[in-house]
Design a protein around this ligand. Sequence first.
Ligand code: FE2
Length: 428
Amino acid sequence: MFTLLIKNATLPDGRSGMDVGVADGCIRAIAPNIEQQAQRVIDARGYLLSPPFVDPHFHMDAAMSLGQPRLNRSGTLLEGIALWKELKPQLSFDGVVERALAVCHQAIAQGVLHIRTHVDICDSRLEAVRALLEVRERMADYLDLQLVAFPQDGYLRCPDAAANLQRALDLGVDVVGGIPHFERTMQDGSTSIRALCEIAAERGLRVDMHCDESDDPLSRHVETLAAETCRLGLHGRVTASHLTSMHSMDNYYVSKLLPLMAEAELHVVANPLVNMNLQGRQDTYPKRRGVTRVPELLNAGINVAYGHDCVMDPWYSLGSHDMLDVAHMGIHATHMTALAQMEESFAMITERGARVLGLAGYGLEPGCHADMVLLQARSRVDALRLRPPRLYVIRRGEIIAMTSEHKPELYLNGSKKELDLTSNAYLQ
Ligand code: FE2
């Protein structure tokens, strides 16, 4: 007896007419025409059933704070950091909890059930840290939150950051963060990477650094991050986020860098919505896109995922925590428009993100957690094209969000016509 049976779904790999049986919060069977009884049956009507979306890079402490205390006038990363610094002393525990819960609810409605969020540890009160730990606890049945101790004002540049980072990890923050390109000098950037990777190695934690979020082609901290990962045996546990300087680097240097990153088994997270917004701001024309070299990284065997980064905060005024928006922008920014590349882009907001987070039990296989999203789309690429309603969002076999189908009605020549926007064209 299943608690839930989903009938006639199309799976991300293109198999159609598939049924998925769930019991005890886990997927128990995936096959065509399952006849077993179930307490609840969902007719998927051929729509796409996916594992949940994963956002491996977010800033939940800043999300939904747009306009507090003012808007970013220049649109640059540096004005965003300065603006956030103005807001930080005014943050309250309750205020951060309220904004974070609002964005968690938005994420769930969009089918995002795993988020890695950075939390700024440079305010010695650690109000945001305590608030997000509370939110992690309160949302645990619905959404997995991983917290990164993030020294936004620089690990060495901010006098209290080193002590605060240790305090945050003692309180239960999961991952060690960093921001080497924001330290005073290149050398300080390297020193910070060394110190932070050593902390992670000692504590048995993962690392996720904002790394080379700059248009400066000589911002090359990722090579130090890769080298420290190898030195400390942290292979597969370190993520380099942003890497926008790679967009502008010399090709010869990149040809040396890619194998080094592969050797360290680094994960890379690009954030196309925010990279496209913040990078190239000092350029006249042509304006650089700033998104890192995604196809080249993938071809080098490096795991790359896409993150949302920001929703309505000092760095980005838009966003609704929809990972399909993120991948849609990524496809355009990286020219990854071949069919296989678009399908890979869908993996970058699902399974590749899960690898960044080190998730266990993720996926659409018997034995995995029964966490799923039914999309009003016929395939992965159709989902990217339409960014359609998430008809059902399921967590451990329970429905936790529903959205009605989108059915535009046309009234032409005196009669009503209902439009079906979905397409089977991408199914080979
Ligand atoms: Fe970020």
